[in-house]
Design a protein around this ligand. Structure first.
Ligand code: 5GP
Length: 202
């Protein structure tokens, strides 16, 4: 059996990660997604337990104390974190799990799981990023400015990633992302069982 892997997906707010992930999961429902726990208020259109668990600061700080998070970070005044247990379960079951995480969270996970494959989703241009951030209509100008500054800081750290996918055309970007997942299955260290089987029949 091919062993699954952990795939870290980062990219600035407005890079279109959510749409890209929707396209990927629609085409490959066998992939697992890590649902983050966060303290930011729910936006219109979001639902509890779909992409995020919306929890209180108190509960989040309790999760930190109990070591229930694989990583966490503060982004624009709110906590965002990856619950540890579902990731460990995915690794044990041999399934592929996608973890959407910011650049600091990705660095924390890389230290703990050095085999994790990391992918940075790049917006096609800065102008397009600005347009996407303002067109959301759910946030104040001040928040949009903060998100834009964070976006520039994150883009400067794309070099830390194994792969960069430019999110210009969703279908193409989703195909490229899946190609990365597939190629991970073909790595020699994921195919030792097959090697042993072939050699044992000699
Ligand atoms: P948003 O508020 O736009 O949903 O997300 C803000 C940022 O938090 C995005 O860059 C997103 O990738 C990141 N993020 C989402 N989930 C997690 C998480 O579990 N941990 C960390 N460190 N960042 C996350």
């Amino acid at each position: 059996m091919n062993k699954g892997g952990v795939f870290l997906l980062s990219g600035p707010s407005g890079s279109g990660k959510d749409t890209l992930l929707s396209a990927l999961f629609a085409a490959h429902p066998e992939l697992l997604f890590s649902i983050s726990s966060i303290t930011r208020p729910m936006r219109e259109g979001e639902r509890e337990g779909e992409k995020y668990h919306f929890i209180t600061r108190e509960r989040f700080e309790n999760m930190i104390e109990q070591d229930e998070l694989l990583e966490y970070n503060i982004f624009v005044d709110n906590y965002y974190g990856t619950p540890r247990k579902p990731v460990e379960e995915a690794l044990q079951s041999g399934k592929d799990m996608i973890i959407e995480v910011d650049v600091n969270g990705a660095a924390q996970i890389r230290r703990k799981l050095p085999d994790a494959v990391s992918v940075f989703v790049m917006p096609p241009s800065l102008a397009e990023l600005k347009r996407r951030l303002s067109s959301r209509g759910t946030e104040t100008d001040e928040l949009i400015q903060k998100r834009l500054q964070c976006a520039l800081d994150e883009i400067a750290r794309a070099v830390e990633y194994d792969y960069i996918v430019v999110n210009n055309e969703i279908a193409t970007a989703a195909e490229q992302l899946y190609a990365i997942i597939l190629s991970n299955h073909l790595k020699t260290d994921k195919q030792m069982e097959l090697m042993n089987e072939v050699l044992s029949t000699c």
